[in-house]
Design a protein. Structure first.
Length: 310
């Protein structure tokens, strides 16, 4: 069976509501999606790093409990694992404060086994950090060389606006590796100050990657591909928390690509009806995770939805 390799940060999210901590969950943008995919029965390997402290033990233990291979987690010595404070507003959206203690040398591990049409997922500031760029580019080159289907989510937060000019160039470089780019309308407003996605696709994304999926929260999803522009409605729900919404939308798209046996050579040939089935998987997982404080789908939902159940 095809497998999924994700690369990104690990973090312990402490969620606050009305100024009080409600709960803590293991998180990280890419990791959230990897947990959901593993719960759905997909073989998952995660490449990341964590401290050798109690939080790092919690993070790695949680991944192992959820069936994610942890052989490629770099446990740095004498450092604390990353922690984020997530403050929910009235609309259940989160504002973040991050606490990190990274060493100078990072991602000190070999590249995992990856075969043609396996899916390689990356994104967030972890994929833009200039301190990691050389090593990150090596991973991307290897995934491309082995003909993986590469999936990229910029997931760009406004806290990095001070470095915008340099980061835009890295975003473009990442898009050039990707078969699929997925981002929220907020990501591209934060990056480029633009709200109209037609222009973002034609002028910014399409020169590097011809397949672009943009999400608009409750306003739905728009797909851009060669000769295709299509809108898909979101499910109408009352969210509890939107923290894992985009991450699990990504997991759903990856799951759909596996379910319908779509490889990297197939992406340019897909029509609207085929994309509709894949994107519905993203909508389903995103809606499910918004109905709880969790960063990933529940085991109960996964038992009904995975592995490729109809």
């Amino acid at each position: 069976m095809r497998k999924v390799i994700g690369i990104g940060e690990t973090i312990l999210d402490i969620i606050f509501e009305n100024g009080q901590p409600e709960r803590s969950v293991v998180g990280g943008s890419v990791l959230n999606g990897m947990v959901s995919l593993s719960r759905l029965g997909v073989p998952v390997t995660f490449v990341s790093e964590a401290g050798d402290d109690r939080v790092g033990d919690m993070v790695c233990g949680f991944m192992a409990e959820n069936g994610i291979h942890t052989d490629y987690i770099d446990r740095f010595k004498g450092r604390k694992s990353p922690v984020s404070l997530a403050f929910l507003d009235a609309d259940r959206n989160a504002e973040y404060i991050f606490h990190t203690d990274y060493p100078e040398k990072r991602l000190n591990m070999p590249f995992p086994e990856i075969n043609e049409d396996d899916i390689f997922v990356f994104g967030s500031f972890y994929a833009l950090n200039p301190l990691l760029r050389k090593r990150f580019a090596e991973f991307l080159e290897e995934a491309a060389r082995r003909r993986a289907l590469i999936y990229y989510d910029p997931n760009f937060r406004p806290s990095h606006k001070a470095d915008m000019d340099a980061l835009r160039g890295i975003v473009s470089g990442n898009c050039a590796y990707a078969a699929v780019v997925r981002g929220s309308d907020e990501d591209f407003f934060n990056l480029y100050g633009r709200t109209e996605m037609d222009g973002v696709y034609s002028e910014i994304i399409r020169p590097d990657c011809r397949c672009f999926i943009t999400t608009h929260g409750a306003e739905g999803v728009t797909l851009y591909a060669d000769g295709i522009k299509a809108h898909f409605d979101s499910k109408r729900i009352t969210p509890v928390s939107t923290i894992g919404a985009g991450d699990n939308f990504n997991a759903g798209i990856v799951y759909g690509l596996l379910k319908y046996d779509i490889g990297y050579r197939d992406i340019p040939k897909l029509g609207r009806e085929e994309w509709a089935k894949v994107i519905q998987c993203g909508i389903d997982l995103s809606a499910e995770v918004c109905c709880s404080y969790s960063n990933y789908i529940s085991p109960e939902f996964a038992a009904k939805y995975g592995i490729f159940s109809d």
